[in-house]
Design a protein around this ligand. Structure first.
Ligand code: HEM
Length: 453
């Protein structure tokens, strides 16, 4: 193990068993370890395991170089021969494609996520929120796993808005298979020693079975829609009507890949962000009080509407601060396609670079008291954002999140529905630890008591 100061041409780094220990340990907080290294050694860190070299970049200017300026050099991870991460689940969807193929897919889906079009989905979001509250109605005082509840409501919202289906019939299936799939995808990114998928290990068998169950569900959804007569204007019908570059309808596989992607990323990200939101509100009673006051003034006990949202100024600052302090997507990865430099350090083709939004969001050069949860920093008068790329919860550049309006709308609507009716109190003995799967989640969920207001 070494932290390299003796090779001035190389970025400071760590290698060997100690690194493997960090990566595979269930007990260590990888983000905190990286943050400590960043403070001690700088904004670009290098990690080597065998022939594999990985960099973690934690500065806004590096994010700009990697995600906006030098797209010819920093490509998609799916450009490497062996599929890893989400590519194992999502196939060749928007998230995993690159080049012309990515451009065509992005154009195809973009129109569905225009701000106006997303705003029309508000009623579905409210309906899903009401269904959640109805479930909670019979459980006052009970302890719930907030992560599980947020996963359920976020899945419900994605299914209602994008596929026009009631999730209740699929919820148990999804709640069983998705964690298995996500865990395996995340491990494949962290552990280069994982046996190939065609080896019949128990882990591989479990993963393949879960994938088959998800596929069966999605193909059933597609068939039902193809056989149905009613005209529905949602993602599924859009995909079924879309033609490829040769004027042919999209293949079933290609529709399946897009559906799996939007189902997966559309719920997992928002659910984890919402989970951290309840945690933050419980930890900061004065913030909760201000949100409650604002909602009482603006809504006066009624359900939120789209028109109310611009008036929820403080509530929106709280959402922004949650996405800064607890970024649901803490890192994004790029494959280095040709030799290059970052910050004067050589970076070889074939290595992987992670841009760490987490470290950028907590960088003391760009945020005053970055570890403090302080929503007011997002007030228009607060000049604490010192770099235009110091805040990027939805990424930046051409691959910026397609669902950012969707996610912000969903978070505000759910907050406005739930806060006036319940506060959630963390169980006193529960130690909250974060883990990075694909998103940053609280490990072992978030048990909280449901307290009616
Ligand atoms: C709080 C919630 C969310 C967060 C923090 C988030 C974050 C992100 C980030 C950081 C990226 C960029 C990945 C990269 O550069 O490699 C991304 C991409 C993407 N997001 Fe989100 N996301 C959220 C919600 C959603 C929702 C609700 C949807 C869809 C319903 C969605 C769909 C997508 C898609 C399709 C991409 C890929 C875009 C492309 O590669 O062109 N996201 N998201």
């Amino acid at each position: 193990m070494w932290f390299n100061r003796t090779h001035p041409r190389q970025a400071p780094g760590l290698s060997g068993l100690k690194l493997l220990g960090h990566l595979l340990s269930d007990r260590r907080d990888l983000l905190a370890i990286l943050q400590q290294y960043q403070q001690d050694y700088g904004d670009l860190l290098r990690f080597s395991l065998g022939p594999k070299t990985v960099y973690v970049a934690g500065h806004p200017e590096m994010a700009e170089q990697i995600l906006i300026r030098d797209l010819e050099t920093f490509g998609s991870l799916s450009q490497q021969a062996k599929p890893v991460g989400l590519a194992l689940i999502l196939g060749k969807s928007l998230l995993q494609s690159y080049g012309e193929d990515w451009k065509r897919q992005r154009q195809m889906l973009q129109s569905l996520f225009h701000k106006r079009r997303v705003e029309i989905m508000t009623t579905h979001m409210i309906a899903a929120g009401e269904q959640l509250l109805q479930r909670w109605h019979s459980r006052p005082g009970e302890v719930i796993d907030v992560l599980e509840e947020m996963v359920s409501v976020a899945l419900d919202i994605v299914c209602r808005t994008l596929f026009s289906v009631d999730v209740t019939t699929h919820l148990d299936t999804l709640r069983t298979v998705l964690p298995i799939l996500i865990e395996h995808a995340a491990t494949s990114l962290k552990n280069p020693l994982l046996p190939p998928l065609n080896w019949p290990t128990p882990r591989n068998r479990r993963f393949k079975q879960a994938l088959q169950t998800l596929d069966d569900m999605i193909y059933r959804l597609i068939r039902q829609r193809q056989m149905g007569s009613e005209s529905t204007k949602d993602l599924l019908s859009h995909l079924l009507q879309t033609q490829d570059e040769n004027g042919e309808p999209l293949s079933q596989q290609s529709i399946r890949d897009q559906v799996a992607t939007l189902l997966g990323v559309g719920h997992e990200t928002t659910a984890t962000a919402m989970t951290w939101l309840w945690y933050a509100l419980d930890q900061h009673p004065l913030v909760l009080q201000r949100v409650q006051q604002e909602l009482a003034t603006v809504l006066a006990g009624r359900l939120p509407t789209l028109e109310d949202l611009p008036q929820l100024i403080y509530t929106r600052q709280v959402v922004d601060e949650v996405l800064r302090h607890y970024p649901a997507v803490p890192l994004v990865a790029r494959l280095v396609l040709r030799d290059t430099e970052i910050n004067g350090y050589p970076i070889l083709a074939g290595s992987t670079v992670f841009v760490s939004f987490y470290h950028i969001h907590h960088h003391p050069d760009f945020w005053s008291q970055p570890e403090q949860f302080w929503p007011e920093r997002f007030a228009a008068t607060e000049a604490s954002v010192k770099h235009r790329y110091a805040y990027l919860p939805f990424g930046i550049g051409p691959r910026i999140c397609l669902g950012n309006h969707f996610a912000l709308l969903e978070m505000l609507i759910l907050l406005a529905q739930i806060v006036p009716r319940y506060s959630l109190k963390l169980m006193p003995n529960h130690l909250v630890k974060r883990e990075i799967t694909i998103t940053m989640r609280p490990r072992h969920g978030l048990p909280m008591r449901l307290c009616p207001c």
